[in-house]
Design a protein around this ligand. Structure first.
Ligand code: MN
Length: 207
């Protein structure tokens, strides 16, 4: 069961000027495609049982992956799953409201306090990685992971756990063309392209 790259669920330029079309082309068509290709090569070496899992199920079953294949699976299947998830979370013009907004205010004190915590996790991730808003043990929490690790891998493999409902890619390839070394500006622009409707839907699904 080979993985394939789905088209972006919107036009490449639809996140302008916050995330530019050239970055989206490079990020989706080249970087994400490479994760898909390398995932397929890595998964081919696994048992039939593991090959038959979905990419997400495989990342939740890393205990069953032979140690010498673990890094290739984490980096590539993680990259595929994380990017697929990330694309769905981007849209201009939605609003944080309802049950999700109430939960953010309850668990972080205020929306601004949440944004500060998330931005600090994204800015403070040394090197390449991701910032996440997760539902963790019944509460919202902000965490970050290195490389292509995701909270769905669990504590043993990612150092964190939880069900992701929002993420931000802070690899340089995600922002360097437009923002160069200014990761903080990219993080600031991210708030203009968060698809809060999707985040709310993911949050509701954890209930
Ligand atoms: Mn990326």
């Amino acid at each position: 069961m080979a993985y394939s790259l789905s088209p972006l669920p919107y036009a490449y330029d639809s996140l302008e000027p916050y995330i530019d079309a050239e970055t989206m082309h490079l990020h989706h068509d080249k970087h994400h495609q490479t994760y898909v290709n390398n995932s397929n090569a890595a998964v081919e070496t696994l048992s039939t049982e593991l090959q038959n899992l979905s990419a997400e199920e495989l990342l939740k079953s890393l205990d069953k992956v032979p140690a010498e294949k673990l890094t290739a699976i984490k980096n590539n299947v993680g990259g595929h799953v994380n990017h697929t998830f990330f694309w769905e979370l981007l849209k201009v013009g939605t609003e944080l409201k309802g049950e999700l907004k109430t939960a953010i205010e309850k668990d972080f004190g205020s929306v601004d306090a949440f944004k500060e915590k998330f931005a600090a996790a994204a800015a403070g991730r040394f090197g390449s990685g991701w910032a996440w808003l997760v539902v963790q043990d019944g509460k919202l929490a902000v965490v970050s992971t290195p490389n292509q690790d995701t909270p769905i891998m669990g504590d043993k493999f990612a150092g964190v756990h939880g069900t992701p409902i929002l993420t931000l890619d802070v690899w340089e390839h995600a922002y360097y063309l437009k923002y160069q070394n200014r990761r903080v500006d990219y993080i600031g622009a991210f708030w203009q392209v968060v698809n809060w409707d999707k985040v709310a839907q993911l949050y509701a699904a954890t209930k």
